[in-house]
Design a protein around this ligand. Structure first.
Ligand code: AMP
Ligand code: ZN
Length: 493
């Protein structure tokens, strides 16, 4: 095909569960990534979908394909436990923190965007807020109602999944075996267990904080509606790629597809490529807010790690593999980053290489070895975004004494166009080893001492599980506690 530059880009499509050649529908790729629900801080696991989508964008840019990227901000509609009838996550957070929902949304959106910037994730073209699209969501649901896909219950308007012929294909749901869907919540009158809310009506006597009037009474939209409505509104009815965490493959994206294809009714697949990242694990479990995991990027930077070390840690695993987050792995990532920056800083400035075409052009004519590395990088990114392979190629090139200095510069610049580790600008001093106690500020020392005291108390109460939990938390902050005859002492590892 005319657009193919270098190796054919192949991506693993969750729809069909296989590697497929990627071909854009039009000159510009439309990419939609399910974004954060801004009711609390994003944890370390939440960073992965966006670093992964950023890698995909870099791959497309490398191939010279323009991209329009949309990341939604969920500030309404996402109910507690992803259910259809529970309270809105934002309203719960607002009540708990005694702030308005707007303050909650704005505070956590800012924090999310700051984390993205720290991780060198390129900003999306638009970050639509769900709360700004409610009238369109109502129109969308009205259309589904006109088309006969819905039914109304006192608790809201529901999508009848038995009317959607391919329902659950993405999740490989066993439709014949009951249309279970991923969650089973008891809802009075629901026809199929997989039916989901398009509109969540207010319960009698309960007045929500975020509420809109609709043909189905006052209430709020269902969670899945926003992504269908905002993506179509900003990318057109059909677009190329939809991304998100692997949990979305089972429920959220299944429902997005069902309602969107019902709405469009043109017999075409709504979106052709569905890409999902696997989870980041902590102690062999998915990092999840619902499990009380709160570890976030700011905790790592406070403990002396550079955000690029976390990016490097993420890229060291393939996006479709689970990855264990451990202090040891972070130490290793920071050490690797330090060595890379040390080595590369002597070669600066690196040439500006964003595309394969420019890398090929910038390689000196007589440096076949450097050109070979550039082609290897292309093969690796084309093979479903093989970032661990790209890191290995970069390391190989740095050890290769047959490359010219300019050739090596181009290879590093090209690798970093795909990795986004800021190898041209990071200062060696920023990625020095961990800090010593004297670098801690008083609030950090207070936090550590509070945790150590809580652990001592837990041990006194023989609450070993809690004591272990606190020890793990301290370890994640880079603090080691040793129990001595005169009590616990702590130090930075
Ligand atoms: P949320 O803010 O809960 O809607 O989640 C934002 C994104 O993070 C979604 O795409 C989730 O699938 C993804 N996600 C949540 N937990 C993890 C994890 N432990 N590892 C990787 N991705 C995750
Ligand atoms: Zn979504």
């Amino acid at each position: 095909m005319a657009w193919v530059i270098g190796q054919q880009l192949r991506l693993y499509n969750s729809l069909g569960r296989r590697l497929e050649d990627f071909a854009p529908r039009e000159d510009e790729v439309g990419l939609y990534s399910c974004g954060p629900t801004v009711y609390s801080y994003q944890h370390l696991g939440n960073m992965r979908p966006y670093v992964f989508a950023d890698t995909l964008r870099r791959a497309l840019r490398w191939k010279g394909i323009p991209v329009r990227h949309i990341v939604n901000i969920t500030d309404v509609g996402h109910a507690v436990a992803d259910s259809d009838t529970g309270e809105d996550k934002l309203e719960v957070a607002a009540a708990k923190e005694r702030r308005s929902v707007e303050e909650i949304a704005s505070f956590y959106t800012k924090d999310y965007l700051a984390a993205m910037a720290a991780l060198n994730v390129r900003p999306a073209d638009v970050y639509p807020r769900a709360s700004e699209y409610v009238p369109q969501m109502i129109e969308f649901a009205k259309r589904l109602e006109e088309l006969g896909y819905t039914y109304e219950l006192p608790s809201g308007l529901y999508f009848d999944t038995s009317k959607s012929p391919g329902y659950g294909t993405l999740a490989l749901l066993d439709v014949a075996g009951q249309r279970e869907g991923a969650r089973v919540e008891q809802i009075e009158g629901r026809r199929n267990k997989s039916d989901f809310a398009l509109w969540r009506a207010e319960e009698p006597g309960v007045r929500r904080v975020m509420r809109w009037n609709s043909p189905w009474g006052w209430g709020a939209p269902g969670w899945h509606l926003e992504c269908s409505v905002m993506s179509m509104s900003l990318l057109g009815s059909h677009f190329d790629i939809h991304t998100g965490g692997i949990d979305h493959r089972e429920l959220h994206h299944v429902n997005e597809i069902a309602q969107s294809e019902a709405y469009l009714g043109d017999g075409q697949p709504w979106v052709r490529y569905w890409l999902h990242n696997e989870f980041i694990l902590l102690d062999s479990q998915k990092i999840a807010k619902s499990a009380g995991h709160t570890l976030r990027l700011a905790d790592l930077t406070e403990a002396g790690y550079h955000p690029m070390a976390y990016r490097l840690f993420l890229l060291g695993g393939h996006y479709r593999s689970q990855l264990d987050f451990t202090p040891h792995a972070m130490d290793a990532a920071q050490a690797t980053l330090r060595r890379l920056v040390n080595r590369v800083s002597a070669l600066r400035p690196l040439p500006a290489v964003a595309t394969l075409a420019s890398a090929r052009e910038l390689v000196p004519a007589d440096d076949a070895a450097a050109l070979g590395y550039v082609e290897q990088l292309d093969a690796a990114i084309s093979a479903d975004l093989a970032t661990p392979k790209i890191l290995a190629i970069l390391q190989d090139s740095l050890r290769d004494t047959t490359l010219s200095e300019q050739g090596l510069r181009v290879v590093i610049g090209a690798a970093d166009a795909l990795l986004g580790l800021c190898l041209d600008t990071l200062d060696v001093s920023e990625v020095e080893g961990r800090r010593s106690v004297s670098d801690l500020d008083s609030s950090e020392v207070e936090t550590i001492e509070r945790l150590v005291a809580e652990r001592t108390q837990a041990r006194k109460e023989k609450d070993w599980a809690r004591a272990d939990e606190i020890r793990a938390e301290l370890e994640h902050l880079g603090v080691q506690v040793t129990d001595t005859a005169s009590g616990p002492v702590w130090e930075l590892r």
